[in-house]
Ligand binder design. Sequence first.
Ligand SMILES: Nc1ncnc2c1ncn2[C@@H]1O[C@H](COP(=O)(O)OP(=O)(O)O)[C@@H](O)[C@H]1O
Ligand SMILES: [Mg+2]
Length: 158
Amino acid sequence: LARVQGLLSQLTSHDRVIFDELIGAEVAAMDGGAQKVTLRGPRGVRLRSSTVQILAMALHELATNAIKYGALGQPDGRLVISWSLVEAGDDGRPWLTIDWRESGVSIPPLDTRPDWKGQGRGLVERALPYQLGARTTFVIETGGVHCTISIQVSDTKA
Ligand SMILES: Nc1ncnc2c1ncn2[C@@H]1O[C@H](COP(=O)(O)OP(=O)(O)O)[C@@H](O)[C@H]1O
Ligand SMILES: [Mg+2]
């Protein structure tokens, strides 16, 4: 988190944050992340200033969960984070679709899992849609979490 906060605080305003730099900082801050995490997507996608902080928080919650319950805390766990840019429709701004897919995770049976409604899911499933107009999904599949986040991004290149 310190590194992510460092990246955010270096910027006097949040109007020059590039998605691959943000996700790169988050992954670098994960313990052992380098071996387990694959990043795949175009460079230079510029985030809207209004989205940076809450998106960074959501990614950090996903990473924390992956360490506590998921791919980054289990020996066979892997995490692929891929993203793509979807060109703008009539509303003018392109969308960034982020796909967070964990695998190799052994998931406890439904009836032994702790309470579902924590901060991580709350941020992804409620805060991002309400505050950013994002489209999100969060599913715990057999081999691990699969989460998608689509947000509108700046229409100017980095
Ligand atoms: N990456 C993950 N792998 C496996 N289970 C997960 C993962 N992320 C979340 N979960 C499950 O979903 C629950 C809710 O997560 P979250 O909303 O972040 O709340 P909290 O972390 O406070 O428990 C967790 O308690 C855990 O059971
Ligand atoms: Mg959590």
